[in-house]
Write a protein that binds this ligand. Structure first.
Ligand code: EPZ
Length: 421
């Protein structure tokens, strides 16, 4: 079994290059199913969820070649509909983008029900609403989701009941080659929605409004191959920014888009750290004293739910009581029990965590309960007295490219250790 072992106490200094965004790379990889041609995708993060998604496409008949560590060539000309392997699809959430891309290309879809982190209920009712309004007949049970249609998706208008990243992406994929125009209202506005729209437009799609809450998609007859570079990962960047603030260090993050980080930067500065912005980099300088703050997670441009556990760790080190409210998921506080093992004083009441800051953290044996919780445990371990061992680290590797190497390069006493099972 692999673990990450951290000896706390060092503050982070130096520079780190941010990788491509996992949650932009995944929809773009599955969007290649729409394209009967060769696509070259650059700045792809080397993480487990990407590797798994590329394998899912290979098993469906795609040709996938890694040109180098961050460049992938994908040709889905020979992909066969409904042939994804359930045991792979069920490992991650993003595999459900096959529904939109299969429906968009073949007029039908057949995909095992997706997996993903356990944040309570993660229904897909808005995805189904979108597919049905596009003319699909959807059958969904706990094992599979199937879409049938007489003649493929037809342009329509969809008003989502809630803001949902996944359903916005899935409808964009299904509508890109629909007959007619599709309007999505109450659409998610995340940067990776914009990145997907830009990729599809580079392939010949006609999508406008991505990044706003109204997206218009004029269906085209076909899409052609292209070369496209993924945007930098705002959540990876935010994670290292918080690590700098928490350890009282000073780090220079390169390959970022400061605009995407605005809410994160603002909240980190509220706790006393300083964030200096440049064209494609930021410098974060932590201070010896950390101020309390209150956080409510919200779809973009609000404070990202995927930064919630990392922010909670920073607030454990702050002076005073802070409140963290989770506005996206039913339950995303499973990591609190692990932080309490390290001496944190946190009480969870429904979707709100009350954090009594200022309690010193000490090393412990803890578990990464999900991807972002796992990296939050690393930040806590960097600030703890003594040694911390973190298990289930494959969950961290789902979304962080070389987290140990990047932190070591900034002065952290951290290593990955393999233990016999
Ligand atoms: C994506 O998940 C991300 N995953 C998540 O990141 C991220 O937390 C989330 O967007 C919000 O930003 C990927 O991109 C692979 P949603 P997704 O559709 O698509 C409700 C990470 O750590 N909902 O916005 O599941 C439901 O409660 C991961 O990288 C419905 O009720 O996000 C759902 O949980 C974790 N009905 C919540 O909205 C629906 O039909 C958010 O869903 C759809 C969603």
């Amino acid at each position: 079994m692999d673990k990450i072992v951290v000896r706390g106490g060092a503050s982070l200094h130096g520079s780190v290059e941010i990788s491509g965004m996992k949650n932009a790379a995944l929809p773009i990889i599955y969007a290649c199913v729409l394209v009967e041609d060769k696509c070259i995708i650059e700045n792809v993060p080397d993480v487990r969820d990407v590797a798994l998604s590329l394998n899912i496409l290979r098993e469906m008949g795609a040709t996938v070649n890694r040109i180098d560590k961050t460049t992938v060539e994908i040709d889905c000309t020979n992909v066969r509909c409904g042939t994804s392997k359930a045991e792979l699809v069920q490992k991650i959430r993003a595999s459900y983008y096959l529904l939109g891309s299969e429906f968009g290309r073949f007029g039908r879809a057949y995909v095992a029900y997706p997996g993903g982190c356990d944040f309570g209920g993660r229904p897909i009712d808005q995805h189904i609403k979108g597919f049905e309004l596009l003319g699909g007949t959807v059958k969904a049970d706990c094992e599979h989701v199937e879409i049938e249609s007489d003649h493929g998706p037809c342009g329509t208008s969809i008003f989502f009941d809630i803001v949902t990243v996944g359903a916005t992406i899935n409808v964009m994929l299904a509508a890109a080659m629909a007959e007619g125009t599709t309007i999505i209202e109450n659409a998610a506005r995340e940067p990776h929605i914009v990145d997907l729209a830009n990729f599809l437009n580079t392939c010949g799609a006609r999508i406008s409004g991505a990044g706003t809450d109204v997206i218009k998609i004029k269906g085209v007859d076909s899409l052609h191959g292209c070369t496209y570079a993924i945007i930098p990962d705002m959540i990876e960047a935010g994670t290292y920014m918080i690590a700098a603030a928490a350890t009282g260090g000073c780090i220079h993050l390169t390959n970022v888009i400061p605009k995407h980080l605005e809410c994160i930067s603002s909240k980190i500065e509220e706790t006393g750290a300083v964030v200096d912005e440049y064209d494609d980099s930021v410098v974060v300088t932590g201070k010896p004293s950390i101020r309390k703050a209150n956080v409510k997670t919200h779809p973009y441009p609000g404070f990202p739910t995927d930064m919630q556990p990392q922010m909670a760790v920073l607030l454990c080190l702050a002076n005073g009581v802070s409140y963290v409210s989770e506005g996206v998921y039913e339950k995303r506080f499973r990591y609190v029990e692990e932080l309490i093992k390290m001496g944190a004083s946190i009480k969870v009441n429904g979707r709100t965590a009350v954090i009594e800051g200022g309690k010193p953290l000490h090393g412990a044996d803890v578990v990464a309960v999900d991807l972002r919780a796992g990296v939050a445990m690393i930040i806590a371990a960097l600030c703890a007295e003594g040694t911390t061992e973190i298990s289930q680290i494959h969950l961290i590797e789902r979304g962080y490219d070389d987290v140990v190497g990047k932190l070591r390069s900034m002065g952290a006493d951290i290593e990955k250790v393999s233990y016999p099972d």
